[in-house]
Ligand binder design. Structure first.
Ligand code: X5A
Ligand code: ZN
Length: 659
């Protein structure tokens, strides 16, 4: 077979877009230069058809963007706007402008059109367009996320609307940038001529661009139903094995059925190992494999359009690997040394299940063999970066946080979540919609057992945390959970942990000690626990209520849960995890007491360090307040675990013995 003709578009003019006063920013001109230099050095530029950029015409951009958006980008670089540019940029999310922005944006969109047209015509076998600013976050009426015009969406619309004679009726867009391609998704949400596929970090909706748009249930609407596919990672650290699993079990089967006429890749390289924003770990070899696997579709008509990617070496090496793949260089296909994460299989199953009515290939089962021995989350250096709104994080400090003991993880976890909790209490409450906190819809589908060992053993008291209210003897009202449905099942059991009462007073019960479970197992001990089958969403709301004072509207605005799926995975392996809530919280240690019916039994208690201070006398053990104790007793008696006398003895014993 003849060597493929690969187009390579590079133009120094797209380096004109830069921060106005040279402030550091990850989306910088050097990105393009670093890639270009690498390709020159490796002889790639000599083997490709090198092309220059060309500005897009307004009428083509108008297929995607509003007139006011186009006008904004057109005029933003004019002299008259010199002084106001900064103020305009601030109105948008993660956007900067300078005097070169307009030209760069028009060149990026025009270049996307140019290369795409040549590949569609067959003048080129495939192509790479090194464009910036990137495009996939830009929406109909607003630039965002470092993106001004949505380059890939403009190019796709150009083919469909302006070049019908080229016979391109079906376009597959593969968005492997680490961020969700929200702008592209919206552009084609009801359009079956464009199948939009995006794999991205989601982290329960807290990863940029935060919200629910990147969730797996966003499958398109109207005639576009089934033609929008999101694969949302639960956490960072995903690498070659995870992406290849998604290719094999989601993307490739769909591509096979859809049979696209051309493939446009929103090729961000911020999921590459070493990227300061992404926290994932695709290698150059990994990118080559992902691309290689797409070559059997659309007669190899593939166009790569650069999106994000912020580590200069990583992006240069990744693009190099992609260029070699397109040029037909053999890439050694040895076995990968890691397996996909457990969470990767979970996400793949969710996506396939959601779309099985549209893509019959998803009705088949994934061979057990493939899913054997997944990489466990406990081997993972988790990082809890939420990559929130700030747009100039050169380094988020997200990488390389080691998780040696539970303490490390908890510290990082708390930094994110506490910030979220406190910021919600100051913002005014006008939107408590579920859509703004996507983690709720995900965690509402997961059941856990909540094990209570204190007054929550009495059902009416526990229900205060679910449906709100208070009972006899309590000083304060509980706000209840957002989901007020009653526990699905209630059971009892004993656990090999010591029950004790510590502290001198509590918010709810006044003077007296509060019940704790010693976090460590002790086979000599038996504590009674009442276990409630509730959702993981409810468990989070209860944990929040136990440890902070919040009302329902504050609860509704918590942007990420304390306990999400990867944390549950971690709990199953590490048994306990400290979620350091505000200082005054007693119950910041979440402990997994085992499993029942395949569902984890979770509780929360004090930290091991608190046990030490009880032992040293720095903190005091104290018997529970009368009302509090009688609530516990009622729980045990009504739950038919003990007689009243036995229950009283049980509590007395727990309050007198020293630790
Ligand atoms: C194209 C791209 C990322 C925006 C992150 C904003 N944008 N914090 O990667
Ligand atoms: Zn990105």
């Amino acid at each position: 077979m003849a060597a493929p003709t690969v187009g390579l578009l590079y133009d120094e003019r797209m380096c004109a877009h830069a921060t106005p006063d040279g402030e550091p920013h990850p989306e910088k001109p050097e990105r393009l230069r670093s890639i270009w230099r690498k390709l020159q050095l490796e002889g790639i530029t000599d083997r490709c058809v090198v092309m220059e950029a060309k500005e897009a015409e307004d009428k083509y951009i108008a297929y995607v963007h509003s007139q006011s958006h186009i006008k904004l980008i057109k005029t933003i670089s004019s002299k008259e706007l010199d002084s106001r540019r900064h103020r305009v940029a601030r109105k948008f999310n993660s956007i900067y402008f300078n005097k070169g922005s307009s030209e760069s944006a028009y060149l990026a969109a025009g270049s996307a059109i140019k290369v795409t047209e040549k590949v569609a015509k067959g003048e080129l076998s495939s192509a790479i367009a090194l464009v910036r600013p990137p495009g996939h976050h830009a929406e109909h009426n607003q630039p965002m996320g470092f993106c001004l015009f949505n380059n890939v969406a403009v190019a796709a619309n150009y083919l469909l609307n302006e070049r019908p004679e080229l016979g391109i009726g079906k376009i597959l867009i593969v968005d492997w940038d680490v961020h969700h391609g929200n702008g592209t998704q919206k552009t084609f949400y009801d359009d079956s001529r464009v199948l939009f596929f995006s794999v991205h970090r989601f982290d329960s909706g807290s990863f940029y661009p935060s919200g629910g748009d990147g969730a797996y249930c966003m499958i398109g609407e109207g005639p576009g139903q089934g033609y929008n596919i999101n694969v949302p990672w639960e956490h960072g650290r995903c690498g070659d094995a995870d992406y290849l699993a998604v290719w094999d079990h989601v993307l490739l089967p769909v591509a096979e059925s859809y049979n696209p006429d051309i493939i446009l890749v929103s090729a961000g390289f911020d999921a590459a190992a070493g990227d300061p924003l992404g926290g994932c770990s695709i290698t150059p070899h990994g990118y080559a494999l992902l691309l290689e696997k797409l070559k059997r579709f659309a007669q190899g008509k593939i166009v790569l359009l650069l999106e994000g990617g912020y580590n200069l070496n990583s992006i240069a090496n990744s693009v190099l690997a992609c260029a070699r793949a397109l040029l037909g260089d053999e890439c050694s296909s040895g076995k990968l040394d890691t397996k996909p994460f457990e969470s990767t299989w979970r996400v793949i199953q969710l996506v396939r299940n959601e779309l099985k009515n549209y893509w019959p290939v998803f009705s088949g089962k994934i061979p057990e063999e493939d899913m054997k021995k997944p990489r466990s989350i406990s081997n993972l250096k988790l990082h809890w970066s939420s990559d929130s709104e700030s747009d100039s994080e050169e380094a988020t400090g997200a990488c390389g946080e080691t998780l040696s003991g539970a303490d490390d993880a908890s510290r990082r976890l708390s930094e994110i979540n506490i910030a979220d909790v406190t910021s919600t209490s100051v913002t005014s409450s006008h939107e408590t919609s579920k859509a703004s906190v996507p983690w709720r819809s995900v965690l509402s589908k997961i059941d856990v057992w909540y094990a209570s060992y204190g007054s929550n053993m009495w059902l009416p008291r526990f229900l205060c945390y679910v449906s709100g209210g208070k009972i006899e003897g309590m000083n304060n009202q509980c706000c209840g959970s957002l989901d007020t449905s009653a526990p699905k099942v209630i059971n009892w059991r004993t656990v090999p942990h010591r029950l004790f009462f510590g502290g001198t007073s509590s918010r709810s019960w006044g003077k007296g000690g509060v019940a704790f479970l010693h976090p460590e197992k002790n086979e000599e001990e038996r504590a009674h626990v009442c276990i409630y089958k509730i959702t993981l969403e409810q468990f989070n709301d209860i944990l929040f209520q136990e440890n902070t004072t919040m009302d329902v509207s504050a609860l509704g605005k918590i942007r990420s849960p304390l306990i999400d799926l990867p944390v549950v995975d971690l709990l199953l392996k590490n048994k306990s995890l400290i979620v350091e809530l505000p200082k005054s919280s007693w119950y910041s240690n979440v402990v997994c007491l085992g499993m029942e019916d395949g569902i984890p039994i979770l509780t929360f208690t004090c930290k091991m360090s608190d046990i030490d201070s009880y032992k040293s006398g720095e903190r005091v053990l104290a018997p529970p307040a009368k009302q509090y104790a009688s609530t516990l007793i009622k729980g045990l008696v009504e739950g038919k675990q003990l007689t009243e006398d036995e229950a009283m003895d049980y509590i007395n014993a727990a309050s007198c013995r020293k630790l």
